[in-house]
Design a protein around this ligand. Structure first.
Ligand SMILES: NC(=O)C1=CN([C@@H]2O[C@H](COP(=O)(O)OP(=O)(O)OC[C@H]3O[C@@H](n4cnc5c(N)ncnc54)[C@H](OP(=O)(O)O)[C@@H]3O)[C@@H](O)[C@H]2O)C=CC1
Ligand SMILES: CC1=C(/C=C/C(C)=C/C=C/C(C)=C/C=O)C(C)(C)CCC1
Length: 317
């Protein structure tokens, strides 16, 4: 149970990756300011988290089952929290989906929206009314740079994160009236199981319905460039956990929080040209004309990220 003065933080998707690292970082807070409710849809996967939490497990960290795709599971979980009192809700659970749209079945696309978009809506719907009544609370959403800028062959995943950005941009205004803050964390590539799961899915893919040229662009152009980007720009889940801790500890939390300064120019392009031409053409050139030179392109991107742009991201340190 939370002791007085401790903030109750509920996090979704803590079996691995970013969620696991946020749970551990907050539970190990030196001043013991947090009572962490780490949730996962399958408690059989708890070992990695329990091991990483060490002594904090059973003290500042407890576990509850929660599947963000199930109304019943979400209700049951929140009802089992003392007085339903949650100070900080961290919506982290999410799934990826990669590949040519014509070869992806509708069921798989709906699963992505059910988790990444409706999962967040379901959680907010359940937790927000109590926060509004108390005139206090902070809702954090793990979005992505792909919630701000579309990336080729990530069409459905990107759309699910865009949907969440729109939802939160609208909700954030109303919530401020109730003294409830809403913050989006916008990571670029992060080395977690998200990356490994997607690569495993791709290895099994047979591309039904996609023509040979599209499959070639995906396998021989996109995938190698994407691997370069992960290598050059990839952050660790610990980096994202540190950024998230900074956001929840800020007196005046920002709405959007990029975690990787290398992405600032990509996002800035979108706002520099409202016709969208600059972004679409730059991405086209980066992928199809400079794809084979992606290592060099990465260096240029690094140079573009001057210190003035760097200030606009939240650094893990
Ligand atoms: N890795 C990256 O490059 C980036 C990731 N993100 C976002 O960060 C978040 C965390 O991803 P990351 O840590 O990288 O990936 P992981 O795959 O390591 O973690 C995803 C977590 O979400 C959980 N999850 C999936 N579906 C559900 C569900 N229905 N109910 C509850 N939990 C569920 C998974 O649980 P289970 O083990 O049961 O599947 C797992 O714990 C996601 O929202 C992702 O979109 C954003 C930008 C970049
Ligand atoms: C920037 C960029 C590319 C790839 C970006 C990738 C691969 C981003 C991954 C982001 C993730 C994994 C976000 C998760 O939410 C391309 C298209 C290769 C070439 C053009 C420039």
């Amino acid at each position: 149970m939370a002791s007085s003065g401790q903030k109750v933080v509920l996090i979704t998707g803590c079996s691995s990756g970013i969620g696991l690292r946020i749970a551990v970082l907050l539970a190990k807070d030196e001043k013991k300011r947090y009572h962490v409710i780490a949730t996962m849809r399958d408690l059989k996967k708890k070992d990695k988290l329990v091991e990483a939490a060490g002594d904090a497990y059973g003290k500042t960290l407890m576990l509850l089952p929660l599947d963000v795709c199930s109304d019943e599971s979400v209700k049951q979980c929140i009802n089992s929290v003392k007085d339903r009192h949650i100070d900080i809700l961290i919506n982290n659970a999410g799934v990826g989906l990669l590949g040519p749209v014509e070869s992806i079945c509708m069921e798989d696309m709906k699963r992505v929206f059910e988790t990444n978009f409706f999962g967040v809506v379901r959680m907010i719907k359940e937790v927000m009314p109590d926060m509004k009544k108390r005139r206090a609370g902070h809702i954090v959403v793990m979005s992505s740079v792909m919630g701000l800028q579309g990336v080729v062959f990530n069409d459905i995943y990107t759309a699910s994160k865009f949907a969440m950005e729109g939802f939160c941009e609208s909700m954030g205004v109303q919530l401020l009236k109730f003294n409830v803050h809403l913050s989006m964390i916008e990571p670029g590539p992060v080395h977690t199981e998200f990356e490994t799961k997607m690569m495993e899915d791709v290895a099994k893919m047979e591309y039904p319905g996609a023509d040979a040229d599209t499959v070639r662009y995906f396998k021989d152009v996109y995938l190698p460039s994407s691997k370069d980007i992960f290598e050059a720009m990839g952050q660790t889940p610990e980096d994202i956990a540190k950024c998230t801790k900074k956001v929840i500890e800020s007196r005046n939390p920002r709405f959007r929080n990029l975690t990787n300064s290398l992405y600032t120019p990509i996002v800035a392009m979108k706002y520099a040209d409202e016709t969208g031409g600059l972004s679409v053409n730059t991405f086209y050139n980066l992928l199809f004309n400079f794809g084979p030179l992606m290592h060099i392109t990465m260096s240029i991107l690094k140079c573009l990220t001057c210190s003035c742009l760097r200030r606009r991201t939240i650094s893990p340190n």
